[in-house]
Design a protein around this ligand. Structure first.
Ligand code: ZN
Length: 296
């Protein structure tokens, strides 16, 4: 039996009069396929409330989840990528940049801001996957380097949220150089005794995993995040062996000693705030060895 019965025949609605559901109000969970209402997603920190799947989000959403009252000052917002190699693949790199900027409203695959987490100062740099696959080019590296300088100058802890397909091939060596540059800056941050927390989200791969993402004083990840260097297909073809189940998930990576914690996004802010409290005060303690030398 049909649920609805059409009593009047020949009803015609013109296209102009047809009502449509507004775009973006509903979203489907990529894991359990259940419909998620936009306002519920925001309330639940963009985690599916049916299955706990962590939806992929960008810097705008991470900032709103983490900064107190979504209040922060954006840092180094005016950095733009050049096209030093005049690179062309399916299209010119310069055209790709212009198009992506218009489409996403972002200037590159990263944004940085300074604000507070439960009243404690923090600098957060967060990658955006929508911008050319969250690829690490010279702007990404430079913004991280300058954010670290800012952290050192103002004695504020640094949180890096990684989400990346790896190096930006259109910038070739200029992109790969960022691995060394950011790692060197992080060494200066450690020397200044300012905490660095690295948060790896889905996906964190390639040169980003091989540099700043794995160098945190505390390395944490979101549940189920893909974390690796090369993709599973490449590894399988190289070692000619089947890969273990769950290979390159945050859980697998943690079990093998590369991560300290896996934290649910809904508890992330509280967890980060407690880490910061534990590590405070920053940049003032003398190294233990020096203290001992003074006492003798
Ligand atoms: Zn779900």
């Amino acid at each position: 039996m049909a649920w609805f019965k059409r009593e009047d025949k020949g009803i015609i609605t013109t296209t102009q009069e047809k009502k449509e559901a507004p775009d973006g109000i509903w979203n489907k969970c990529p894991n359990c396929k259940k419909p998620l209402h936009y306002s519920e997603q925001v309330e639940n920190q963009y985690v599916c409330h049916y299955c706990g799947f962590h939806l992929r989000i960008g810097s705008k959403e991470y900032f709103s989840v983490l900064f107190d009252d979504n209040q922060f000052t954006e840092l180094f917002a005016d950095l733009h990528s050049g096209d030093p190699l005049h690179f062309t693949d399916t299209k010119k790199y310069s055209d790709r940049l212009t198009e992506t900027k218009t489409k996403t409203g972002l200037t590159d695959a990263i944004r940085a801001g300074v604000g507070k987490i439960n009243g404690q100062d923090i600098v957060i740099a967060c990658m955006d996957f929508n911008f050319i696959g969250g690829s690490m080019g010279s702007v990404v590296g430079e913004k991280i380097a300058r954010s670290i300088d800012y952290s050192i100058k103002h004695k504020v802890p640094f949180l890096m949220i990684s989400k990346s397909g790896g190096a930006r091939m259109m910038e070739a060596a200029f992109s790969l150089m960022q691995m060394a540059k950011t790692s060197a800056k992080l060494a200066l941050l450690a020397q200044a005794r300012i905490p660095y927390i690295s948060l790896l989200t889905d996906p964190t791969t390639g040169g980003v995993t091989a540099s700043y993402a794995m160098l945190g004083d505390i390395n944490i990840a979101e549940p189920g995040a893909l974390i690796g260097f090369a993709g599973p297909r490449v590894i399988k073809e190289t070692i000619k062996k089947d890969l273990p189940k769950g290979f390159q998930t945050a859980e697998f990576v943690q079990e093998h000693g590369f991560l300290d914690f896996i934290v649910d996004r809904r508890e992330m802010k509280e967890k980060l705030a407690s880490f910061l409290k534990m590590l405070a005060p920053y940049g003032v303690q003398e190294p233990v060895a020096e203290k001992e030398a003074d006492n003798s």
